[in-house]
Write a protein that binds this ligand. Structure first.
Ligand code: ADP
Ligand code: MG
Length: 133
């Protein structure tokens, strides 16, 4: 799927939200600036999150309340070569059946993710971004 603009990425995220079941785990793969966080902004909107989504890069994780009582939990492990205590935080959030967990740069915690999770890969192309699910 080719995504030509930031707006299209936001729409893709909103549309993707319609097919999400609870709990749900998404691993986002793509270079810095590919559009991973932009996708999560659209996803959050589609899931009914009222707050503004910002990049969790400097926070490692951010949680947004969902209408079902669970949370959209957004991780970015880019600056975290060793998961450390975040591993417990992740395990805790993966346990809540009402959560949607989205992970950027998940290599360091790959072994702690459930085997059944969705991978979305975003690649730069001349026309925009090539997205593979
Ligand atoms: P990441 O989280 O992957 O590092 P971000 O979503 O934070 O990336 O940033 C992507 C940047 O690229 C944004 O500034 C966005 O406006 C821009 N952009 C340009 N074209 C696209 C596109 N087709 N899809 C997504 N983002 C795009
Ligand atoms: Mg990001």
């Amino acid at each position: 799927m080719n995504i030509r603009s930031e707006q299209e990425m936001l729409s893709f995220g909103r549309e993707f939200a319609k097919g999400v079941t609870y709990p749900y785990v998404i691993e986002l793969i793509g270079d810095v600036g590919a559009g991973k966080t932009t996708f999560v902004r659209g996803l959050a909107e589609g899931l009914g999150v009222k707050e503004q989504v910002t990049s969790p890069s400097f926070m490692i994780s951010k949680s947004y309340a969902l209408p079902n009582g669970g949370y959209l939990v957004h991780y970015d492990f880019y600056r975290l070569p060793e998961p450390g205590i975040m591993q417990d935080d992740l395990a805790e959030n993966l346990k809540n059946p009402n959560n949607i967990v989205v992970i950027e740069w998940g290599e360091s915690i790959a072994e702690f993710l459930p085997k059944e999770h969705v991978k979305i890969e975003i690649k730069y192309t001349e026309e925009g971004r090539e997205v593979t699910i």
